[in-house]
Design a protein around this ligand. Structure first.
Ligand SMILES: Nc1ncnc2c1ncn2[C@@H]1O[C@H](COP(=O)(O)OP(=O)(O)OP(=O)(O)O)[C@@H](O)[C@H]1O
Length: 467
């Protein structure tokens, strides 16, 4: 039986459903997940049983079975060719709901497979014979947009031996830093069926009436909490959700691994008409926001020792592939002419690291071409990527075995997304690690992250590894 919650703050046509994969989603109750505790409105929640968690001893369904005949055969064949045969938890729980046409808030751990879940919906909703933009996927960054486009194009390609199965479906990436002139001609000549866009580039096109959204049947906003959290993007997002298209003409899917105060958010979705009243909240692993096979460590060290500690960790861990997260340079530091921390870390590693992995950089201040080159180099195989939080959202590098927080993230949500860049093989239980290099006085901050995200961090003592 489904677990559902009824919201009673103000009368609504029909209550939103809340599906959850564990029986007691209110356990823990820290602010990250509590939703209603910090909410100024009085929302009452009652939970029943869970959905989709138990299969009653019968064999787990295949991805094909979960899709219930609603996804085109060519797409399913391609998914199977790529290796997507068994659905992940979020796919098993969300696909029946998504494919039934309901608006949905997809809320599940990093690396849990939300992208494939919403893409299968997109392909099920498209009329391949019609040349019009029928699905729109909005992402916060160019890099995530390129990744989603790549997966969508992989699925849209004809399966081996199925050349004439159906007309090819085209996917356009309308991303910041792209060639909007070229896209303009493309949209006019033969509109693609799917557009993956950053909100800025998309709204430029919509404002200039270069294309309209009247044929859009599915609208997905990925990393929705991030876009709503950005003052630059939120205005455009609201406009997209309520002015450029309306809830009645489309199915809306909002996805993220982190939706703090989710009950409040759900309430807003309905009140603001971002989604229909019967929106379903699919919350997988509500009591465990992070994948369980990540191990979390910290090292206490002085600022001056940090680079050497990082080097020692790399020598000890020998990552197959790793990401080193560094804070973005503040405006004040930029004005004072100091080099950014990313440069310091890069230069240090280039001179002293000899572990065999290429050291690459990804940060906001690089131009879009350099960012694209870095990204494609990263995807060639193992590397050490020195990055700001630009790489913390949605970035899928399944090879990554180690994440290092050279600088502690600013918020608990940032910690969750940075940590989620590792442990991204849904059916692998290989341990991956997240290590934070902190000053003594930062221990309480990390402790707070531990409490909110319900994980334990183990201290690594400097003496235990050579420096
Ligand atoms: N059914 C499946 N079988 C095998 N691998 C899968 C399956 N579904 C997804 N994956 C793989 O899992 C990885 C993570 O998927 P995805 O990027 O969709 O995660 P996500 O939930 O969007 O994470 P994030 O919140 O960090 O963006 C990808 O490498 C993807 O190829």
């Amino acid at each position: 039986m489904a677990c559902f919650s009824s919201f009673c703050a103000t009368p609504m046509a029909s209550p939103p459903l809340l599906f959850s994969s564990t029986r007691n989603p209110s356990v823990g109750g820290e602010s990250f997940r509590r939703g209603f505790r910090c909410c100024p409105l009085s929302l009452s929640v009652s939970c029943g049983e869970s959905v989709g968690e138990e299969t009653g001893g019968s064999p787990a369904p295949t991805l094909r079975e979960v899709c219930g005949g609603k996804v085109p055969e060519s797409i399913l064949k391609r998914a199977e060719e790529i290796g997507y045969t068994v659905p992940t938890d979020v796919q098993r729980q969300s696909l029946p709901v998504l494919l039934s046409g309901c608006d949905c808030i997809l809320h599940a751990q990093t690396g849990s497979g939300k992208t494939l879940a919403y893409l299968l919906l997109v392909f099920s909703a498209i009329n391949f014979q019609k040349s019009a933009v029928q699905a729109l996927i909005v992402v916060p960054t160019r890099e995530l947009g390129m990744q989603v486009t790549k997966v969508a194009r992989m699925l849209a390609a004809n399966p081996v031996g199925g050349e004439n199965m159906q007309k090819a479906c085209t996917v356009m990436a309308l991303l910041d830093g792209g060639m909007l002139k070229r896209h303009k001609s493309w949209l006019k000549a033969e509109p693609p069926e799917i557009v993956v866009a950053t909100i800025g580039s998309l709204c430029q096109m919509l404002q200039k009436n270069i294309f309209k959204l009247q044929a859009v049947r599915v609208l997905v906003i990925d990393e929705v909490d991030f876009i709503f959290g950005s003052s630059k993007q939120v205005f455009l997002l609201r406009k997209l959700l309520t002015a450029y298209s309306t809830i009645d003409s489309r199915q809306t899917v909002l996805a993220s691994a982190s939706i703090p105060q989710h009950n409040r958010f759900l309430y807003d979705c309905i009140q603001q008409k971002w989604t229909k009243n019967d929106v379903v909240h699919i919350h997988v692993n509500p009591v465990q926001p992070m994948p369980s096979h990540l191990c979390h460590n910290f090292v206490i060290c002085g600022k001056k020792e940090r680079l050497h500690v990082l080097l020692s960790l790399l020598q000890k861990d020998r990552p197959k592939s790793g990401i080193i997260f560094v804070s973005e340079q503040s405006e004040k530091s930029k004005k004072s002419g100091k080099p950014p921390s990313t440069t310091l870390v890069m230069e240090f590693l280039k001179n002293s690291y000899n572990g065999g992995l290429e050291v690459l950089l990804l940060e906001e201040d690089m131009n879009f071409n350099a960012r694209a080159t870095s990204l494609s180099d990263v995807r060639q195989g193992g590397c050490l990527l020195v990055a700001t939080d630009l790489a913390s959202r949605g970035f899928d590098l399944p090879e990554t075995t180690h994440v290092y927080n050279f600088d502690l993230p600013k918020t608990v949500v940032d910690y969750l997304h940075r940590a989620g860049r590792t442990g991204r093989m849904p059916f692998s239980k290989n341990r991956c690690s997240v290590t934070s290099l902190i000053a003594k006085e930062e221990r309480f901050v990390l402790q707070r992250f531990e409490n909110e995200l319900m994980f334990e961090c183990e201290e690594l003592l400097l003496e235990s590894f050579a420096m």
